[in-house]
Every structure is written in C-alpha cells, then in structure tokens.
Design a protein around this ligand. Structure first.
Ligand code: FCB
Length: 457
C-alpha cells in the first residue's frame, strides 16, 4: 500500500473537501426563531453527555460564518459538506419556512460559491425537531413524511445554487445508537423501536430523493452510510459466519434497500419480532421507495470490524473484538486503512454505485497546543496519509470514487463525548473560540495545493 498518495492518481474534477454537521458546530440553539432539536433536549438531560457538555455554543459557527468560510477557503478545498438544522427552518418540524433560519444557509451557500467552493448539503445529521419527537419521532412513519416535505422545502429554496444533496447521515447510528443503545438522542433502549426508526429513516430517504428530483432539477442526490468492512477473527467457518451476520447488521441492512433489493433475509430472521416486517411497518411500495435510484453513495469510514462467533450474545450471536498489536485512535477505533481499499472494491463489485464519495474519514487523538502555539498531530496526519493512499489503491483498481471529505474541518461537539474528542484539521480553543490549523491541516492543505498543480488547475 502506498503511504503517500499521488495526486495524479485521483480522477479529474475530484471533490476534495472537509465536513461538518449543524449541531456539532453552530451553537445559537434558540436564535432567530430556531426550535429545539432532540440533541438540545438530550444534551441538556443530566448524565447523557460526557462532562454535561451541550451544543449551546459549540464552535459558535452561527456567529462566525464569514470567518469560518475564509478558514475553509484557506485550506484550498473545492467542496464543503455541511448539514442544515431542520428546526432552524421548521421550528416545529412542519409548516412554513422560518425565513431567518433559511437566510443563514442561503448566506453560507452564497459565501461558498463566491469562494469557488461547491456546497454539499446534508438534510439530516441527527438534529430532529423536538416537536416531531414528541409526536413519535422516527419510529413513527409520519416523521418520514415530514422529512419529505422538509426536503422539498430546502431543495426548492436552495436548489438553484446547491447541486449536491445528501438525504440522511448514517441511519444506522441514528436508529441503533439513538433507539436501541440509547447513547444518542433520543436516548431510548428498545430494539424493535430502533428497527422502526431505521425503516422510516430509509423511507424518509426515498421521499427526500423524490423531493430533490422534483424541486432541484439537475442536482445530484444520495445517502451517506457508515460502513465497516468485516473480517473474521480466525479463519473458521463459525467466525466467518459471524462476520457475515455482523455485516448484515451494520452494512447490508442499509445497502440492500438503498440499492433496491429490500432487506437482507438472514437479518430479518435473526430479528424475529423486532423486524420491521414483523411489526407490520413495510407497506406496499416501500421496497421501491427505499431503492429509488440515486446519483452516488456517500460512505463514512473510520475503521473496520473484526468479528468472532459468540453464541447467545445479542441477536447476532457475534462479538466485535480489538485485535492485539493494532494501532488505535483516541476513540479506541482500530486504524485499518487497507479495509478502506477492500470496502471500496467490494461496494463496486457487489452494488456498482454510479459514484462513491467518502463523505467522512478522520481520527480523534488527544491534541495539545505547544508553547509556540502549534499543534503537532502526527498520528492524525499519518491517518489521513494512509487512508488517502488506500483510497488511491481502490481507485487504481477500478472503484468509482469521485470525492473525499475529511472529518472534520474543526474540533467540535462530538455527540455523547462532548468536547472531549477532537477530530478537527483545525484546533478550536472552546474558551476563546480561537482556531489554529493543526499539522494535519497543513498537510492536507499542502497536498491539495500539489494536487491542483498536478492537474494544472
Ligand atoms: C460520525 C458522525 C460525525 C462524527 C464522526 C466522528 O459517525 O457522522 O458527526 O461524529 O462520526
């Protein structure tokens, strides 16, 4: 595997970007008519987020938009992925647009375009309007219908300038961590409910694709899934079968319906009463709706999963292990760049998406600011180098990867971990809001400058 990626091996017009999400950076939770989201509620519930942190201020991005746009531009990226906070646009989740909320995103889009940066807009990155949660949230089909209406509203208002839309970010996380494990908003712990939520997130995705097609003609639209390539802990039939089950739970449960195949039968059977079928939630036409053709597949990739057979454990009878001798990030996630190559080639082989975009990839490490004010994050820099090298390998072997977004532009509110886990190319001092480009950010900037030079742009 190449450890220093060669700019020339990436296709022309490759999207080189950085990514963020509304609740993680914006702050201003009740300004200009914004309604509360489930993450406002959850982070304000004692004991839910490490250290009692909330997104009330976060990176104060709502008030620092212009300066942050300059920061993004200084990296030399040609694309920026952000998400729209649904309750800024529809404070109660439905109804007419809140103009002040829309103005913020409109200014952002104009500011990006002026700077020569292509906006990539995520419609849902987990900050559901609390009012919709109060009416049942994602486990209720009505939320999917409301999401379709919201998508139509955003596409209609911004689709003259935004040409790339991502419907839902990581339905697995929103459904499973939010409704079965309970460590994300809304903090429920019910397996059946989590599969009801997952089903409606996918139905909502289908409705949003249709809405974007109708209201932003010519725009590209897709979904972002968090995928982990699986490897058996030992080469036994038991561990191989366990790896297949884990893959069904984590990957195929979302890939199969999005590519029009409906749900994987092996997992439907393992779920039993908790499956959306057994709950009577899969209505006629849903398979087609979830599988409505898209323009690209967005992939968030951080690590791989190594799996062993574990009879009696959960409904999957399997367990993910942390192999000894591997390198781990500050989250305890294994650093596994080769799995990115394997994942891309496997997606191309088994699902043949028209295009793949890495919509997130990155690592958290405990950063420190040196006396001279620099942040020397050698581990993170190496993480980006090796993963881009792995991506380059996948591209040279035929994967149709068309873009890459580093997670994240800057340190931010890392959900259940609060401000404890830093993922940024830019260091944020949350006391002063000072931003400092880390070594990894310099490396990315210099790599992009070499890339532009190589392609003569
Ligand atoms: C992903 C999320 C993103 C960020 C990274 C570290 O699951 O989409 O918001 O928290 O993990």
């Amino acid at each position: 595997m190449t450890s220093t990626p060669d700019p020339l091996h990436f296709p022309p017009r490759f999207a080189w970007g950085v990514a963020t999400a509304s609740y993680q950076i914006e702050g201003a939770p009740a300004e200009d008519g914004k309604g509360p989201s489930i993450w406002d509620t959850f982070s304000h519930t004692p004991g839910q987020v490490r250290g009692g942190d909330t997104g009330d201020v976060a990176c104060d991005h709502y008030h620092r938009l212009e300066a942050d746009l300059d920061l993004i531009q200084s990296l030399g990226v040609n694309a920026y992925r952000f998400s729209v906070a649904w309750p800024r646009l529809q404070p109660a989740g439905r109804g007419p647009v809140n103009q002040q909320g829309l103005d913020f995103y409109s200014r952002m889009v104009d500011g990006l375009l002026t700077r020569g940066i292509t906006p990539w807009l995520t419609l849902y990155h987990w900050d559901l309007p609390q009012a919709l949660q109060d009416q049942g949230g994602w486990p209720s089909r009505d939320t999917a219908l409301a999401f379709g209406e919201y998508a139509a509203l955003v596409a209609g208002a911004l689709g003259d300038r935004v040409k790339h839309f991502i419907t839902v970010n990581e339905p697995w996380v929103a459904a499973f961590l939010g409704h079965a494990v309970g460590i994300h908003a809304p903090g429920h712990t019910d397996l059946a409910e989590s599969y009801a939520a997952a089903h409606h997130l996918l139905v909502g995705h289908g409705l949003a694709v249709q809405a974007v097609r109708a209201h932003a003609p010519g725009a590209q639209v897709g979904i972002t899934l968090n995928l982990y390539e699986g490897y058996p802990a030992t080469d036994t039939p038991e561990d191989r079968a366990a790896t297949r089950r884990q893959d069904g739970f984590q990957n195929r449960w979302y890939l199969d319906p999005v590519f029009g195949r409906g749900y994987p039968q092996d997992i439907v059977e393992l779920l039993g009463d908790a499956s959306p079928q057994a709950q009577g939630l899969v209505l006629p036409g849903d398979v087609e709706l979830m599988g409505v053709p898209t323009d690209f597949l967005g992939v968030n990739m951080y690590s791989r999963s190594v799996v062993e057979d574990a009879p009696g454990e959960g409904f999957l009878h399997s367990r993910a292990i942390q192999p000894q001798g591997s390198e781990y990030t500050g989250f305890g996630w294994e650093v596994a760049p080769q799995s990115l190559t394997d994942l891309m080639l496997r997606l191309q082989r088994e699902y043949d998406p028209p295009a793949i975009y890495i919509t997130e990839n990155g690592a958290t490490y405990p950063d420190t600011v040196n006396e001279d004010g620099t942040v020397q994050d050698a581990d993170r820099t190496r993480y980006f180098q090796t993963h881009l090298g792995a991506l380059e390998d996948a591209i040279t072997q035929g994967a149709k990867v068309r873009g890459y977004f580093a997670w994240s532009l800057m340190d931010n509110f890392e959900w259940a971990e609060g401000y404890d886990k830093r993922f940024g190319l830019v260091y944020v001092d949350f006391g002063t809001q000072a931003r400092t480009l880390k070594q990894s950010g310099r490396w990315y900037r210099d790599f992009l400058a070499r890339t532009r030079k190589a392609v003569g742009a």
